[in-house]
Design a protein around this ligand. Sequence first.
Ligand code: IDP
Ligand code: MG
Length: 136
Amino acid sequence: MSNTEQTLSIIKPDAVERDLQDEIKEEFKKNGFSIVKEKKIHINKSEAEQFYKVHQTKPFYNDLCAYLSSGPIVVMALEKDNAILDNRQLMGATNPKEANEGTLRKKYGISIDKNSVHGSDSVENAKIEIDFFFKD
Ligand code: IDP
Ligand code: MG
């Protein structure tokens, strides 16, 4: 049975800054994802704080929000069968040093904070995150 899903993907400031967005978008397409919504934006710190609210108790929360709002990002809704899990697999581990060969974070990530891409982690969060950027 097919299980078409949408997931939220973000190309983070470190990757946009290095002009990697077209290359990363090609990786998504090559791996069967359709980019059904897309925009390039520069969010402010309070928007980043809202987006990363689930992490508000973490010691890295302030730095994380400062970083996500530090420059332009590309936000996308990606669609395919099992998009949420498949995108997590394509992205690789949170820490690029621990990410498998061939994953986006292994290829492009610089460090645990500058890890180039975000991807939703569940059906519920994918919906919340897509609405966050594309509901208006
Ligand atoms: P994920 O992006 O792989 O889903 P999360 O645990 O949801 O990872 O963390 C959100 C983001 O916060 C990560 O992508 C990373 O940029 C940052 N982060 C996670 N853990 C740490 C840490 O221990 N130190 C600094 N930044 C972290
Ligand atoms: Mg996460």
